[in-house]
Write a protein that binds this ligand. Structure first.
Ligand SMILES: Cc1cc2nc3c(=O)[nH]c(=O)nc-3n(C[C@H](O)[C@H](O)[C@H](O)COP(=O)(O)O)c2cc1C
Length: 191
């Protein structure tokens, strides 16, 4: 393995929320989820839990409708018909994403372990993103309203105690956004 291929993939991976209609196969998604599970995790807690809402499935439709409702409720500052349009677009985003996955992390009685678990699960999500990227797909990581739907955990069978890490929209990018990072000198101190 060339180290350049890894760093190139890390650099060229982008967060994407607009996708083509190209489907994500369950085998393909399983490969990416398996890559996620190879993330480092202290004490080998393997703290990640993933819930896949299959494209066209009943649960995906249910969550999409819950997202529409929440988006409508929280957009009361918007005049009609914009308010309805925003809510409908939220629903459509969940319905149309070629793949959609919720990522959770286990909590622990020990706050330090909970923190480590959160970090490990974030690494797992990055693994998933890079694996998808290597296959020409991309992930949009959301910690927004789609992760805060009232009744979400019970609707999808997540344990109420689990820590929400992300709603992951996944598909082939419609276009790849440009990105920038601040100069290394801003974030690295050499002593
Ligand atoms: C913990 C975390 C939460 C994020 N939540 C959101 C989100 O709610 N909505 C969103 O559009 N992007 C979200 N992102 C994606 C970031 O906005 C994105 O990584 C950033 O703009 C840099 O772009 P890049 O990933 O293409 O380099 C999140 C990323 C992380 C790591």
């Amino acid at each position: 393995m060339s180290s350049n291929s890894v760093t190139d993939a890390i650099r060229s991976r982008r967060s994407v929320r607009e996708f083509t209609d190209k489907p994500v196969g369950n085998d393909q998604l399983s490969d990416w989820l398996e890559a996620a599970c190879w993330a480092p995790n202290h004490r080998l807690t393997e703290p990640w839990r993933f819930i896949v809402l299959e494209h066209g499935g009943a649960k995906r439709r249910e969550i999409a409708e819950m997202f529409r409702l929440l988006s409508y409720e929280t957009s009361d500052q918007l005049p009609e018909p914009k308010r309805t349009a925003v809510a409908d677009a939220a629903r459509e985003e969940v319905l149309s994403a070629p793949a959609f996955v919720y990522a959770y992390s286990l909590i622990d009685d020990d706050e330090e372990v909970t923190k480590e678990n959160y970090a490990a699960t974030a690494c797992a999500v990055q693994n998933l993103s890079l694996a998808a990227h290597a296959d020409g797909f991309a992930v949009g990581w959301s910690t927004g309203r789609v992760t805060r739907l009232p009744g979400l955990a019970s609707t999808i069978g997540a344990d109420e105690s689990w820590d929400m890490i992300a709603g992951l929209f996944i598909g082939e990018p419609e276009r790849v956004p440009r990105a920038q990072r601040q100069p290394m000198e801003e974030v690295v101190t050499w002593l």
